[in-house]
Write a protein that binds this ligand. Sequence first.
Ligand code: PLP
Length: 266
Amino acid sequence: MAEYIKRHVARALTIAGSDSGGGAGIQADLKTFQELGAYGMSALTAITAQNTLGVQGVYPLAKEAVKEQIHSVGSDIGVDALKTGMLFSAEIIEEVAEAIAYFGWSKVVVDPVMIAKGGASLLQADAVRSLTKKLLPLTMIVTPNIPEAEYLTGMAIRNKADKLEAAKKLFSFGTRYVLIKGGHEAGDEAVDLLFEGSGYTELSGKRIDTSRTHGTGCTYSAALTAGLAQGLGIVEAVQQAKAYIQAAIEDGIIIGSGHGPTNHWA
Ligand code: PLP
């Protein structure tokens, strides 16, 4: 049977929180990795009790548990690209940054998860400084939505010039690329801005009028991570991820009585 085993599979790791409802977090990431043909691994940072109505409980794990999971997969299976999602606290962020530096991983996608759509806090206020000072210098690409970019930079984003200014500020923290997602803007198109240090690329997608957007950010950054693990260049990986999230929002399924998840069977 050995000849049937695929030996060169892209390995993708997500360091994030669990969403018991299966729409966001680790669950969305692993589903996305699988759909895009990457082998998925996970290091849990926190467990949330959650459904389509919102977040009912948040239970962070000990920082030692986060470190050990990352070292277990890193020392044996290996990681071609990784993403971070809900990191919750400064001490978990510091542990994650140390592990990334220890293994020398460079394809690092940081989705700066802060507040769930229902308002629950997924990142403690004092952890933001650790994110910008400790994690962003080790990051390949950070993927904030507009509210997250505003919070991280302390500036209001009202137009394209503001978006570019915010991207430059985030770039100055040490990340190699910045992707500011336009899903929260008004208009017929959701325009994402990929800032590459000297220049930028815009990616536009038709806005879809739906409330089934739970897990959008997680799914987008997981698709990007899968592409990078598979060896795509940054622009191609972002384009593939944008197409994937567009399809996932269009395909969003009707479950539960609140905000249903994005979902896509590739
Ligand atoms: N719960 C977890 C564990 C997450 O990682 C995320 C990701 O951003 C969310 C909830 C947020 O989900 P929503 O897309 O509804 O804001």
